[in-house]
Design a binder for this molecule. Structure first.
Ligand code: NAP
Length: 296
């Protein structure tokens, strides 16, 4: 654990991921705009920094886990950003979910300064981040991936080097298509069950272990039964990802009818002010159409 790691973005995902790096014994410097998250990590043994540049000056490898494409661009490339502080030969790993084409552009700028770059978005939600069981899909040079593998192993279980720069993000978008469309399928099944009066818990037990089983059915359906719409993954972030998918698809004239439909239904939810709720809130749109509530 001789590498000094920097971590930027201590939100729902970033905070537990940073904690797991501390648990694995890495010297860690952290920065996030909200000071309370930085102080929480300092109480666990991390060093707090005042800017992204400050993090990079104290680190060999800097991980970014922020919200969207403009945020990654800003955190890495701004005047007081990571690239201003990291030494040549250092590595930047972006674990946020952002645009694959912007990723390639950012990587070009980074590599021109003699700094390595990996895109390494994750799947597995807040629970996976806390448990250190994330799936991690990585784009970039194989040698850099191999050097960083022990770090990924502190954060996740299913760690795949997919290919060159940007392929991690492209894979993550595949993941998001499957996640969002499965969420809609699950929500329809729950609304159908509620409308037909079948016992929700029994139905859930009966179908979870069969061919309908999914992460969504296991993790999101019980929250819906409890009417718990607190975010593990926010609607507005899911929408950001579906927008990225649809932009990429549009470029190659690719029809993604199911993804377009889910994106549109999430729009209806956002219009009602639910952007900060968890993605399980999708069921509310269908409930409104059906005139029922899915309550356990
Ligand atoms: N939640 C999930 O289940 C999940 C799963 C897989 C992947 N992801 C992806 O992981 C990334 C983070 O998600 P999250 O759920 O952890 O989001 P989040 O809770 O909103 O956290 C984002 C963090 O990034 C910081 N940040 C954003 N823009 C910044 C900027 N320009 N400069 C400095 N800090 C900035 C935020 O700081 P402030 O708090 O000060 O705004 C916050 O600490 C997103 O790309 C998301 O799509 C999320």
């Amino acid at each position: 654990m001789d590498k000094r790691i920097g971590f930027i973005g201590l939100g729902i995902m970033g905070k537990p991921m940073a904690r797991n790096l501390l648990k694995a014994g890495y010297p860690l410097t952290v920065y996030s705009r909200g000071r309370s998250a930085v102080e929480a990590l300092m109480a666990d043994g991390a060093t707090g920094a005042r800017s992204s540049q400050d993090v990079a000056e104290r680190s060999d490898i800097v991980i970014t886990m922020v919200t969207d494409t403009p945020d990654v661009r800003q955190v890495i490339l701004e005047e007081k950003g990571v690239l201003a502080g990291i030494g040549a030969g250092g590595t930047i790993i972006d674990m946020s979910t952002i645009s694959p084409s912007a990723t390639r552009e950012i990587a070009e700028v980074v590599k021109a300064k003699g700094v390595h770059f990996l895109d390494a978005p994750v799947s597995g939600g807040e629970g996976g981040a806390i448990a250190g069981t994330l799936s991690i899909m990585v784009g970039g040079e194989a040698e850099v991936f191999n050097d960083c593998l022990p770090i990924f192993q502190a954060l996740g279980k299913n760690i795949i080097h997919v290919g060159g720069t940007g392929t991690g993000q492209l894979t993550k978008l595949c993941n998001q298509i499957a996640v969002a469309v499965t969420n809609l399928a699950m929500s329809e099944a729950l609304v159908f069950a509620a409308k037909s009066g079948v016992n929700l818990e029994k139905m859930h037990q009966a179908i979870s272990g069969g061919a309908a089983g999914s992460w969504q059915l296991t993790n999101l359906a019980p929250r819906i039964f409890q009417r718990d719409f607190a975010p593990g993954f926010m609607v507005k972030l899911q929408q950001k990802d579906l927008r990225l998918v649809l932009q990429e698809a549009d470029r190659s004239h690719l029809a993604l009818p199911a993804t377009s439909l889910v994106h549109s239904l999430f729009n209806a939810l956002e219009t009602r002010g639910a952007g900060n709720e968890g993605t399980q809130a999708l069921v509310k749109v269908l409930e409104q159409l059906a005139g029922v509530e899915v309550k356990g």
